[in-house]
Design a protein around this ligand. Structure first.
Ligand code: GAF
Length: 385
């Protein structure tokens, strides 16, 4: 059965009627540009082939009714008028937050069935896939004056204000604006975008996502701490955002006299060097170099996230080190950090050997078995039916 048919049937089983349509939005993996998005910086994600599908129909009784194939038995019904941050919570907070952001457009309420295959908790943005699929559905059904780019903020508000996760706009932008065969070059300050060709197959390469089996949660923990530290560093330097720091030489005022320079210097140094890495990768991909040449830049990005931003884990470091030792062209952790996945850029002929090396090493270390799959840069959110 096709994904559309599965979503239609599940919707009909849950609500006793057909949906008005079915929409899909993908997860993402970021090629480079981690934690730069809330510092007004640059990012370069690709959309995954894996998507969340949303089957949606408007109602007239003022209720938001939410059902998820991934959470069977957990039907959520809340009057639109009673939507409030944290209510409902859990997975339902993402679609509910989108409805809340567009509540004037759907006063009669809405029924939503979601079904998806973006792995959750792997740092692949399953939450943005969920909120963006519903945002695009509500735009098409009830807010046609909104541009797709406007939905980035609708989905971000759902995540920031309703769910309470203080993220930037990387994930929502990737899910909504990526195109097949390309990475999305986004300037998160002025929102300008460029589509950068990324034909891995033609270059004889694969981009492997390796799930380390450790989870992360952006609503709690270190993500918010990093965001605050970046804001403090920018304030200390007297710039609107760390994007405005021209180079690492300008970070001198953050030095606190300790041998490593101090926490704020490290955080800011990651952002400054990471923005430069995004620009370097874009230049290489747009030039004659081709994707194989970006490997060392990705690996440098990992070192920066590990040593300066300090958001890697022993599993992610082990994955990266083992993949490189087995011949990968580059490797780094991806996403918010504190768990989740790494990406490994590898010659197509070495993919199996690299994946096996990581699996064997994880077994020797007593870690959970990693899961690996190859990513093809795929399409952004779209209406399926
Ligand atoms: C998470 C956040 F949601 C993004 O906004 C971004 O900051 C990312 O971590 C790190 O680059 O996915």
């Amino acid at each position: 059965m096709s994904a559309v048919e599965a979503a239609r049937r599940a919707f009909a089983a849950a609500f006793g009627a057909d949906p008005e349509g079915v929409w899909a939005a993908p997860g993402r993996v970021n090629v480079i540009g981690e934690h730069t998005d809330y510092n007004d910086g640059f990012v370069l994600p690709v959309a995954l082939p894996q998507t969340t599908r949303a089957a949606v129909a408007r109602r007239d009784d003022g209720l938001v009714a939410l059902v998820s194939a991934q959470h069977p038995g957990d039907r959520v019904e809340v009057p639109v008028a009673e939507l409030a941050p944290g209510h409902p919570g859990g997975w339902a907070g993402y679609p509910a937050g989108v409805v809340d952001a567009l509540r004037d457009r759907v006063p009669g309420g809405v029924s939503v069935l979601v079904d998806g295959d973006v792995p959750a908790g792997m740092g692949l943005s399953s939450s943005a896939a969920l909120s963006c699929s519903v945002a695009l559905a509500l735009r098409d059904l009830a807010a046609p004056d909104l541009a797709v780019a406007d939905l980035v903020d609708v989905a971000r508000r759902a995540e920031n204000d309703f769910v309470g996760a203080p993220t930037g706009i990387l994930d929502q932008s990737a899910s909504l604006l990526c195109t097949a065969g390309h990475a999305l070059f986004l300037d998160t300050r002025d929102r300008s975008t460029g589509q950068v060709p990324l034909d891995l197959r033609a270059a004889g390469l694969e981009l492997l996502v390796v799930d380390t089996g450790t989870t992360h949660d952006h609503a709690t923990g270190g993500y918010g701490d990093r965001r605050r530290e970046c804001e403090q560093a920018a304030a200390r330097l007297g710039v609107p955002a760390l994007r405005d720091v021209p180079d690492v030489a300008a970070l001198g005022p953050l030095h606190d006299g300790t041998p490593d320079g101090g926490v704020l210097l490290r955080r800011a140094r990651h952002i400054v060097t990471e923005n430069a890495r995004v620009l370097e990768v874009v230049a290489v991909l747009r030039g004659d170099g081709g994707p194989a040449r970006i490997g060392p830049v990705l690996t440098a990005g990992h070192a920066s996230l590990r040593d300066d931003f300090q958001i890697s884990t022993v599993e992610l470091d082990t994955c990266v080190d083992t993949a490189l030792a087995a011949g990968a062209a580059g490797a780094r952790m991806v996403g918010g950090g504190f768990g989740g996945s790494a990406v490994v850029l590898v010659d197509a002929g070495r993919t199996e050997a690299v994946a096996r090396a990581v699996t064997d090493r994880f077994a020797r270390e007593g870690f959970a078995a990693p899961r690996a799959f190859a990513v093809v840069p795929s399409a952004g959110a779209r209406r399926l039916a």
